[in-house]
Design a protein around this ligand. Structure first.
Ligand SMILES: [Zn+2]
Length: 362
């Protein structure tokens, strides 16, 4: 490896040059303490070897000795006549130091030095965004991701931007600054017309203002746009409709979703609920059977069917179905993150475990 690296440098190099090359080689081999020793020798022979200081600081950061890393990198920024490219690298290193230290003020200051984001800054920005997300600094995350978007024009980032807006909106809602929250939820929909939580929250805002009709309109629009996630607003809609005693409106809604997705489990089961409320047991059984024929593993269909048959005293059929179901090993159904398999009883758009966005099977 040393031979390979030497080929990049002129022959007859000085001793400090030689130590530096050896240090680089040790870094590549993953021997950080060996590299540290060589780098210290390098700078003790030649204090103008900025690259050696830079790497030394990086090694300290990798070892979580952040204060030491900052001290070295900070001192480098004070040097005069630094090559602009090297200066940029020093600030990038310092930036990563402060990120590790979670020193928000310093991060902001250095960002001003790195104002013009370049392609090779994308890695730094990814780390920065992750930091903002951890700290729930959604406005900052939004700003940083917008910059990345302007550079990479990756359209897949837009829905994430929309979700940041939703998070900002929720924070404002928590402070009862409803107008700001509503504005942000609307902006989220402009960024991503299919941003489910924005519709859900916007409807909730209307309810808070006692504008039930507006909430209804928003959620119905959402169901038309995204029928496969209609169940996310069913609880809210059922509450509204049932309070008014208007079961037929809800039934109409279920039918409209099932027209597009005939076997959508959540909708079918809600409808079964409603049929049972109305005492239409035969039709309820028929719907369960329909779903079961289509998806034999449906825990919902099995559970409902068992419940109905049991209540009707149809013991023999119940036992047969139970035996069959146990054989299929019923496991609890909830929302699961596709990235890390985190389970949640609530629908989530941001995984608390692996921090992925839009990773849940909703
Ligand atoms: Zn996850």
């Amino acid at each position: 490896m040393i031979k390979f690296l030497e080929s990049f440098f002129p022959k007859n190099e000085s001793l400090d040059q030689q130590y530096f090359i050896e240090a680089l080689s040790l870094i590549i081999d993953g021997d950080l303490s060996g590299a540290e020793a060589k780098l210290i020798r390098t700078v003790s022979l030649n204090s103008k070897r900025i690259e050696a200081y830079l790497r030394l600081g990086d090694i300290f950061r990798d070892r979580k000795q952040t204060a030491k890393a900052i001290k070295i990198h900070r001192e480098l920024t004070l040097r005069h006549n630094l090559d602009p490219q090297i200066r940029g690298r020093v600030y990038r290193s310092l930036f990563l130091d402060y990120l590790q230290e979670k020193n928000f003020n310093q991060i902001e200051l250095i960002l001003q030095h790195l104002k013009k984001i370049r392609k090779d800054d994308l890695g730094i920005y990814e780390k920065l965004i992750r930091f903002y997300e951890e700290e729930k600094l959604w406005e900052k995350a939004f700003e940083a991701l917008s910059k990345v978007l302007s550079l990479s024009s990756n359209e897949k980032l837009k829905p994430v931007l929309a979700l940041y807006s939703v998070e900002m909106g929720k924070q404002y809602l928590g402070k009862r600054e409803d107008a700001k929250a509503i504005k942000l939820f609307k902006e989220a929909i402009e960024l991503d017309s299919l941003c489910s939580p924005a519709y859900i929250m916007l409807g909730d805002c209307s309810l808070l203002e006692n504008k039930d009709e507006d909430a209804l309109e928003i959620w119905q629009a959402f169901i038309q746009l995204k029928p496969e996630q209609a169940h996310l607003v069913y609880d809210r809609l059922e509450k509204m409709f049932y309070e008014k005693g208007s079961y037929s409106d809800m039934e109409y809604l279920y039918r409209s979703v099932l027209d597009k997705f005939p076997f959508q489990e959540q909708t079918l089961m809600r409808w079964v609920d409603l049929l049972l409320k109305k005492g239409d047991t035969d039709k309820a059984i028929e719907k369960c059977q329909l779903l079961l024929d289509h998806s034999p593993d449906s825990v919902f269909a099995r559970s409902y069917l068992i419940k109905i048959l049991l209540e009707q005293g149809r013991t023999k059929e119940t036992l047969k179905l139970l035996r069959d179901s146990v054989d299929r090993f019923i496991k609890k159904r909830n929302f699961e993150c596709r990235s890390c398999h985190y389970h949640s009883a609530e629908p989530l758009w941001h995984c608390p475990q692996c921090l992925s966005w839009n990773s849940f099977n909703l």
